[in-house]
Design a protein around this ligand. Structure first.
Ligand code: TXA
Ligand code: MG
Length: 328
């Protein structure tokens, strides 16, 4: 894999301070050499992202932890051993050489070893850290295929490594280990219970994201389509549909359990009933619904169970930001 010509080209671009988009198991990333502040600045320009939002540094393996973090608590080593490569980002105190451009000037750095053969081939061949946010314009739906990246960023990125559709489909779980107690800053495929099991201690769960402004995805508006989007409890769905249709709007419904309603100006789309498949499909589905240019997307609220926390989090933020041009 490392010998593939596109990997050599990607490494040459990274070394030259250019951007490369690459697949991970979660979403596609927009990568730059993490030790080159001018290259990292190009990421912010391409995304239209505020400069104080820190980036995750992607590493080829867990042995690199100490090169990037100056304090690596036991909990970090345990989580890295259990979940890397995989959809988990650890926030740790940074080594002094980690550029402010990457950390947003904070004293911490986000680190992750992604579980995708192309990403790992790139990282191994590059021999360094690749700073990469999701490869979408700021506030918009994250890309889960190479075509999504091109639709989002176009000419702003010289090379998109195409690794097919992402297997997980939503961004990594972020755990902050830079303070006393481990905290989940962003829910993802690895749950708080999975983490607690490895650490042998319970974590604060669920809505912990809301008071952590440094996590970009924790701003209310994020992952948003341009079409207005509402999340409605299954029991209220029929009433909500009736009310919206009565105003003459074209409405699309995405439902994972509610019984289909047939009506004029209503498009019904069934979503997977299990959380992992739902997450896998979510961004491509939102993108497709957005492109179809309905007046409104009504999404059946997911169950309030831990298995659905990450999906519920993304839907809630998509609902906040939808239909606006400027997300915060
Ligand atoms: O699955 C993922 O994590 C994907 C793939 C490409 O790895 N990346 C991703 O990056 O979702 P991004 O930039 O879209 O989201 C990373 C989040 C941001 O909300 C950022 O604020 C947070 O991680 N983050 C990064 N470094 C941090 C730090 N030092 N402290 C707190 N939050 C941090
Ligand atoms: Mg993102």
């Amino acid at each position: 894999m490392q010998d593939r010509p596109e990997i050599a080209r990607a490494v040459a671009l990274l070394r030259a301070g250019e951007l490369v988009a690459f697949p991970t198991e979660t979403v596609y990333g927009l990568g730059a050499d993490a030790l080159n502040p001018a290259a990292v600045a190009k990421i912010f320009a391409a995304k239209g992202r505020p400069a104080d939002h820190p980036l995750i540094v992607h590493l080829p393996d867990g042995t690199e932890l100490d090169a990037w973090a100056r304090e690596v608590p036991d909990a970090a080593r345990k989580l890295a051993a259990a979940f890397w490569p995989g959809p988990l980002t650890l926030i740790l105190k940074r080594q002094p050489h980690v550029p402010d451009a990457v950390t947003g000037g904070q004293d911490t750095v986000g680190l992750r070893v992604p579980n995708h053969p192309l990403a790992l081939a790139l990282l191994r061949a590059f021999h360094g850290g690749v700073a990469a946010p999701s490869a979408n314009r700021y506030g918009r739906i994250s890309p889960t295929s190479a075509a999504h990246v091109i639709a989002e960023l176009g000419a702003a990125v010289q090379l998109v490594l195409d690794g097919g559709p992402c297997t997980v489909g939503i961004e990594s779980t972020i755990v902050d280990l830079s303070g006393g107690t481990p905290r989940v800053l962003r829910p993802g495929a690895i749950s708080a219970a999975d983490i607690a099991r490895v650490l042998g201690e319970a974590l604060p769960t669920a809505a912990t994201t809301s008071d952590t402004p440094r996590v970009a995805g924790s701003h209310a508006a994020h992952y948003a389509p341009s079409t207005p989007l509402r999340v409605v409890a299954g029991a209220q769905l029929a009433d909500a549909i009736g009310a919206e249709l009565s105003t003459g709007q074209h409405v699309a419904v995405l439902a994972h359990s509610a019984k289909p309603v047939v009506a004029k100006n209503l498009t019904w789309q069934a979503a997977p009933a299990d959380a992992a498949t739902y997450a896998h499909d979510l961004y491509a589905t939102l993108r497709g619904l957005d492109e179809a240019a309905y007046d409104l997307l009504l999404i059946e609220a997911p169950p309030a169970t831990p298995a659905w926390f990450a999906v519920a989090d993304r839907l809630q933020r998509a609902a906040c930001g939808s239909g606006e041009d400027d997300e915060t």
